[in-house]
Design a protein around this ligand. Sequence first.
Ligand SMILES: Nc1ncnc2c1ncn2[C@@H]1O[C@H](COP(=O)(O)OP(=O)(O)OP(=O)(O)O)[C@@H](O)[C@H]1O
Length: 277
Amino acid sequence: MQFGGLKALSEFSLTLEPGELVGLIGPNGAGKTTAFNAITGVYTPTSGDVHICGKRVNGLRPHQICGHGIARTFQNIRLFKELTALDNVRVACHHGRNAGFAASFFRTKGFLDDEARITKRALEFLDVMGLGRLRDERAKNLPYGEQRRLEIARALATGPKILCLDEPAAGMNASEKVALMELIRKIRDDFKLAILVIEHDMRLVMGISERLVVLDHGVTIAKGAPEVVRKNPKVIEAYLGDSYLEEKHIAVPAHSGELMVDDGTPADEPSVKEVQA
Ligand SMILES: Nc1ncnc2c1ncn2[C@@H]1O[C@H](COP(=O)(O)OP(=O)(O)OP(=O)(O)O)[C@@H](O)[C@H]1O
């Protein structure tokens, strides 16, 4: 994905298997959101291919790609702020359906039955995300963490095979983050989805992902199981940065040991001590 002279994403190849939970990590500006945008049709990749279940979807519009089974959430929450939580999810349940003007205008029995089914289904998604009691609240009045969960409920309601979550725990406190990550894993298990999650907090994402892909400057610098990736010197260097390491007086030799420092939040002493040279 190239923007003028800038290659925001140049070496990126990822296959998501059914039911897999993969973490996409990397420092600020590494190209993570660009990868999501290229996969979900927000951008048309300037080269390369995106396939969903064998079908090439490059150049399709986001709603068409969603119709092929990829749903996503955004780093900056994009809810229908004036609609209730329930209606935000109902809209997604309607995805790809068209009742027809006459049926909706005359509110035929078939139309009303359909609407009742959609409401029931939307309530189930709200309950999955622990938002059932807030069904009639306008999205804009929900606390930040609940808006994030509502976005996930809405994405789930489109019936995806693959769910892409862009920093779903951003802005949450530590215990909310842990609870959300556990919920994400449960969603994967219950709905049998593949999930690709961008998360800045390395410890969190390593805790739930079977596999990690690490980007830096648009290039994949490491892939694999979390316990392998976290020992990768390139990842340690890219993620923490030389200045950070100098500041903390941490030496990272070519074949360094464990890395257990959260990114994006000030590293506390116990985490730093876990960086074993
Ligand atoms: N529409 C765009 N036009 C020009 N440059 C862009 C555009 N979108 C992203 N970029 C650039 O591409 C690079 C990768 O950005 P991207 O947002 O994908 O990084 P990121 O890994 O998601 O970062 P962060 O963790 O801060 O969200 C950055 O240099 C960014 O400025």
